[in-house]
Ligand binder design. Structure first.
Ligand code: NAD
Ligand code: DAU
Length: 335
């Protein structure tokens, strides 16, 4: 099996590439990534000489994709490449539409047979009130340019199935956490700020709810959908827990032995979705998938990873943060 993964240098994509190489002894992986601000070749440093791994730098929305796919002729494509941060989409939607919607159509057009797995998100269902959980057939009600561009991609993927009979599968997962996540997202942002005693910016009242799942559990789900998903089907993944953001932030501070006085309630995100929740019965039933990593263990592992890898995340924080770190810590240990 020759698998072409896009966005494999990002947070979840890098976990996925590792999972494949570790568990599928005969599979080869070609990782196509444009290396945007969020893509770090260094996330996969340890694989540079792996005999079954190859990296190609390319933009999924660019003209190079057709010749790359014609040359590589992969048996399947898994598309992780995306602009992934909601706050950035509020400030400028254009790169989101280009990569997340046009890029997906470009990949579908260039793909020559084989399965196409689109990694989507639970955000396409929008905010879910009450205790309801969105099933795969729930209406799409995206509320940010990010989630609207991901919903557009899902519709393009389903259109390729309907019109051209392409073998497609879509997965929609809840919020991921774990090592190698860019420190703009809630959990790594709060851990890295707390490590240096910087304020922790909680949007609004901090009572918004997200269903947090470890990236490795998500990747096992994507792999199960790739191998066992039915053509044209959509599969939700989530851990089924939904702590308010403030609980997550307080747990991070507790794990690090830092005071709650670091929490700062700041202006709310524009159009902030209050709650995401998905029904994962279909993935459990049809794919035999279930999450294995509990939030308490996963969060503790993640906090340890960031504490032990300041060299990885420090260069990704902005200049003001780095100056603050140098002033207060001078490159010393973060414990
Ligand atoms: P990320 O931002 O960490 O990584 C995205 C990767 O895509 C980077 O390596 C980047 O260089 C690459 N990329 C971006 N634009 C590209 C382009 N035009 N051409 C080629 N490569 C490009 O994102 P992530 O958090 O790892 O998310 C991966 C996928 O999973 C995304 O599709 C996202 O929508 C989806 N998803 C994420 C979460 C989450 O909680 N992070 C949850 C559900 C679904
Ligand atoms: O639900 C899946 C989605 O989860 C993915 O599709 C997206 O790619 C991923 O970025 C994530 O989106 P969110 O907007 O939910 O994640 P984020 O980490 O940005 O925010 C999580 C919650 O924390 C949200 O309610 C906003 C809040 N937040 C976030 C940041 C960055 C804060 O309160 N303060 C912050 O500084």
């Amino acid at each position: 099996m020759k698998l072409l993964v896009t966005g494999g240098c990002g947070f979840i994509g890098s976990h996925f590439v590792r999972e494949i190489l570790a568990t599928r002894a005969k599979w080869r992986v070609v990782n196509v990534d444009g290396l945007t601000y969020a893509g770090r070749g260094r996330n996969l440093d340890d694989l540079a000489r792996h005999p079954r791994y190859r990296f190609v730098r390319a933009d999924i929305a660019g003209a190079a994709m057709a010749p790359i796919l014609a040359r590589e002729r992969p048996d399947a494509i898994v598309n992780f490449a995306a602009e992934s941060h909601v706050d950035r989409s509020i400030h400028g939607a254009a790169p989101f539409l280009r990569t997340n919607a046009l890029g997906v159509q470009n990949l579908l057009d260039a793909a020559r047979g084989g399965r196409f797995l689109q990694v989507s998100t639970d955000e396409v269902y929008g905010s879910i009130p009450g205790r309801r959980r969105a099933r795969e057939d729930a209406p799409l009600r995206p509320s940010s340019a990010y989630s609207a561009s991901k919903a557009a991609a899902d519709l393009l993927v389903l259109a390729a199935r309907h019109t051209h009979g392409q073998d497609v599968v879509i997965t929609r997962c809840t919020n991921n956490y774990g090592p190698w996540q860019f420190p703009e997202k809630l959990i790594p942002l709060m851990i890295t700020n707390a490590l240096v005693g910087h304020p922790l910016p909680v949007y609004g009242d901090g009572l918004q709810r997200r269903d947090w799942i470890h990236a490795r559990d998500h990747c096992r789900g994507v792999l199960a959908a790739l191998e066992r998903g039915r053509p044209g089907e959509i599969y939700n993944f989530g851990a089924g827990i939904e702590p308010p953001n403030l609980v997550i932030v307080r747990n991070i501070l507790r794990l690090l032995g830092k005071p709650t006085s670091l929490i700062r309630h700041v202006a709310d995100r524009l159009g902030h979705d209050r709650r995401y929740a998905v029904d994962t019965a279909k993935a459990r039933r049809e794919l035999g998938w279930r999450p294995r990593i509990g939030l308490a263990d996963g969060l503790a592992e993640t906090v340890r990873w960031y504490r032990d890898h300041p060299a990885w995340w420090l260069r990704l924080k902005d200049a003001a943060f780095r100056a603050y770190y140098r002033r207060n810590y001078g490159g010393g240990a973060l414990r």
